[in-house]
Design a protein around this ligand. Structure first.
Ligand SMILES: *Cc1c(COP(=O)(O)O)cnc(C)c1O
Length: 230
């Protein structure tokens, strides 16, 4: 059952917290429901789950329309500027902001909907060619730009670590993201408070929690493998 798998992931997060001397309440499990049917989301919702992550705007819109309105929707995927307007009024957090034009668009939508939109900067810590995100070198100066965006609250950093056989190999990636957040906090930038580290997926979330993740984004371990052929 999907709720059993959810509980298993929760238990593994708690065990990782115990190893690291952390409080499990400081780690939000975002259930990544992309490509998965609304029945699965509803089953978890009925069980008490409220935080869900999606990657595709059209899918997110449909699910938001159909499902209970108190779901906290996290946009975790790469976001095109011209799509921001479809989610700006309800999205709980935009995890993958990595360009100034995208931030400017989010600011504009924040003005339009009269809300302050929580965002994270996506950092390409490992420098993978195929991945979006700012480089660690540019991350601090990018964060400083958010002082000029009163309708955005920069709450932290996000990364997708490389796919590795041994999750231990990603420990330095997670450590680096945490250090970047510390560096940015020291700057005391307006509208910026680095409280969130969104890192860790099915393959490596326990290591991420040990290294300070406050949000883990887990899909496969909860919903099962995704089928993109349909
Ligand atoms: C799909 C996705 C996840 C979840 O991946 P799993 O390996 O299925 O847990 C997490 N973060 C992002 C950005 C994703 O695109």
């Amino acid at each position: 059952m999907i709720t059993d798998r959810y509980d298993e992931v929760k238990a593994r997060i708690e065990a990782a917290c115990a190893r690291a001397g952390r409080n499990p309440e400081d780690v939000t499990l975002v259930a990544v429901s992309k490509t998965k049917p609304e029945e699965d989301i509803q089953a978890l919702y009925d069980y008490g789950v409220r935080d869900f992550g999606e990657n595709y705007i059209q899918e997110l819109r449909t699910k938001h329309d159909d499902l209970p309105k108190d779901i906290r929707w996290h946009m975790i995927g790469h976001l095109q500027r011209n799509k921001v307007k479809y989610i700006a009024d309800y999205v709980t957090m935009i995890h993958a902001v990595d360009t100034l034009p995208l931030a400017e668009t989010i600011e504009k939508e924040g003005v339009r909907f009269d809300r302050i939109i929580p965002v994270l900067i996506e950092v390409n810590v490992a420098g993978e060619e195929s991945k979006f995100g700012v480089t660690p070198e540019n991350c601090v100066s990018f964060a400083e730009q958010f002082a000029g965006f009163p309708h955005i609250r920069l709450e932290g950093l996000m990364t997708s670590a490389p796919f590795v056989e041994n999750p231990e190999d990603n420990r330095p990636v997670f450590r680096k993201l945490r250090q970047l957040a510390v560096d940015i906090n020291k700057k005391n930038i307006d509208n910026v408070d680095m409280r969130v580290l969104s890192m860790g997926m099915t393959n490596d979330f326990e290591v991420a929690v040990e290294e300070g993740a406050t949000m883990v984004r887990v899909g496969t371990a909860i919903f099962g493998a995704r089928d993109y052929s349909k």
